[in-house]
Write a protein of this length. Structure first.
Length: 308
């Protein structure tokens, strides 16, 4: 069900505005959201116009042991305190008493997504900016108390090996069994490395731009901590799918330069990232040559892992 089909009630919107101490007339608009939430813009009309965003989380996409709305609200607060461009959190409705579903309210951040394929060259051109922002995110401090709100990325990015049996979606994929076996064989055999704050879904769809600058990194419902190679691998996979392998390598160089370290075990995390498109190939490979590029991405990661 889309955000447009799941509008919050007028009573819910008004209850939020009352809780925030906001008075005046308003209009409601659906916004593009992730599969796991319904996202709407409330446009306040008056002498001092303002926009806020309601994010209500779809219970059909709940994950056991992880409250996405609480995670996102807490992560946004951490980001605000460290000056990372992200929406400002205004309200947490943990029970759904106000919104009708558990959710959060944030300030609206202006900006536009880069939308491949027509804007793929622009996405490649901004690889350095995208990489430097990720390096900033990975340097954000977090505490043991923060971990209770966040996901353990080293578990989540290898979700497909947790049960000990290969998922049927991977078994059906031409490279699925190979990826499953290699990740199983090599997972957590990396040399000790400091866990880093992580986005876990870092790609073009979760960045807003104003000109050449990132105005916000959005969609923090799976914020976590773990090996920094996971975010890098996932973003690099998108560059390969869009036919921009040179930009993927530029992204890596810019990231390592800004972060001040050389990534280890990147090929292993690239293979782990490749499991996600296998869950919905029709949804991922929507244009000619995308699957061919995906196979090359896997082959390159496999070669680098086994050579390492």
């Amino acid at each position: 069900m889309s955000a447009g089909e799941n509008l919050p009630t007028r009573q819910a919107v008004q209850a939020v505005l009352d809780a925030l101490g906001i008075a005046g007339d308003w209009r409601l608009h659906a916004l593009p959201g992730s599969y796991s939430n319904f996202t709407h813009l409330v446009e306040l009309i008056g002498a001092e116009p303002r926009k806020i965003v309601l994010r209500r989380y779809n219970p059909a996409n709940d994950e056991a042991g992880h409250s996405k709305h609480v995670c996102e609200y807490h992560a946004l607060g951490m980001l605000q305190r460290q000056g990372i461009p992200a929406p400002k959190p205004l309200l947490l409705d943990d029970s759904g008493e106000l919104l009708g579903l558990p959710g959060i309210v944030t300030e609206f951040v202006p900006g536009a997504q880069i939308e491949p394929p027509t804007q793929a060259p622009l996405w490649g051109k901004r690889a350095g900016t995208t990489a430097r922002m990720l390096a900033r995110i990975h340097q954000l401090p977090f505490t043991e108390a923060d971990k209770s709100y966040l996901m353990d990325g080293n578990i989540e990015v290898a979700w497909f090996i947790k049960g000990g049996l290969i998922p049927e979606t991977m078994r059906a994929d031409p490279d699925g069994e190979m990826v499953w076996q290699l990740v199983n064989a090599h997972w957590r055999r990396w040399q000790p490395i400091e866990s880093r704050f992580a986005h876990t879904d870092y790609w073009s769809g979760n960045m807003l731009w104003q000109g050449d600058a990132i105005s916000a990194v959005v969609d923090w419902e799976e914020a976590g901590y773990g090996h920094p190679a996971a975010d890098v691998a996932y973003c690099r996979m998108e560059y390969f799918l869009e036919g921009l392998p040179e930009a993927a390598d530029q992204f890596l160089r810019a990231y390592e330069s800004a972060a001040g370290w050389t990534l280890t075990n990147l090929p292993l995390f690239e293979l782990a990232a490749s499991a996600r498109p296998m869950t919905d190939p029709a949804g991922w490979f929507t244009r000619p040559h995308m699957e061919e590029r995906f196979r090359r991405f896997i082959a390159r990661a496999k070669q680098a892992l086994l050579a390492g």
